[in-house]
Design a binder for this molecule. Sequence first.
Ligand code: PAF
Length: 282
Amino acid sequence: MTTSPTIFRTVDDLRVTLAGWRHDGLRIALVPTMGALHEGHLDLVRAARQHADRVVVSVFVNPTQFGPKEDFGSYPRTEASDVEKLATLGVEAVFAPSAAEMYPEGYATTISMTGPALGLETDFRPHFFAGVATVVGKLLIAVMPDVAVFGEKDYQQLMVVRRLVRDLRLPTEILGLATVREKDGLALSSRNAYLSAEERRLATTIARVMGEAADAIRAGGAVEPALETGRAALAAAGFRVDYLVLRNAETLAELTDPASEPRRMLAAAWLGKTRLIDNIAV
Ligand code: PAF
């Protein structure tokens, strides 16, 4: 038998329940999402379950992380089926606030970050990390979980969240989970639903090209030519490439000594109207 999670719309209501759990000495996990849940999200929830006695999943399509020309309006909103999926995993609480609850009338507080938030996504979506840092900060402060779980799929976001938690000395452990992929290598994303059948077939190119560039670099090949070959292969397959780069896996800074630093390859590219991002360890 599955029990439906309790749905909370306000921070005050959620806090009453959280206080009771804390009083009982229970560990609390938070999985922040924008809904449209897929197997990748469910993996985060299963991990949360292993690290806590009570799991809270937030479902909030955060307006401040979308630019004026982005897909805020069309972003899939599937609350009823999301809640059904979470019920099968035994999630106790869903926090699904309104925009007015998260951003009260006249709100004047934004978290702005440098460090790992500079470059990459910020070069193409300048508003993005202020929106993410602000909403994640608000969610962490509202829930004060023992642990919060994020996917490595949004690798720069994960680094930004780790930095945020360190900088604000929030008492939450951040768990990063490996990207869940389709059988053909495409990283799961709610935005994959935008792809036409032909685009879906081509979308797998991004993981393949990154794998080939990573293999060439691991085999001792020069970094920039391997990346340039990858960019050309993506363009030939019909992608418009925002970036395909190799960075320091911890700071996301440009590599000064590629042979000795931890390395992460990160990519963002458009296929038609859909922007795909991916990353792998190298
Ligand atoms: O990764 C996401 O789904 C969102 O950026 C997050 C972390 C839930 C903040 O809105």
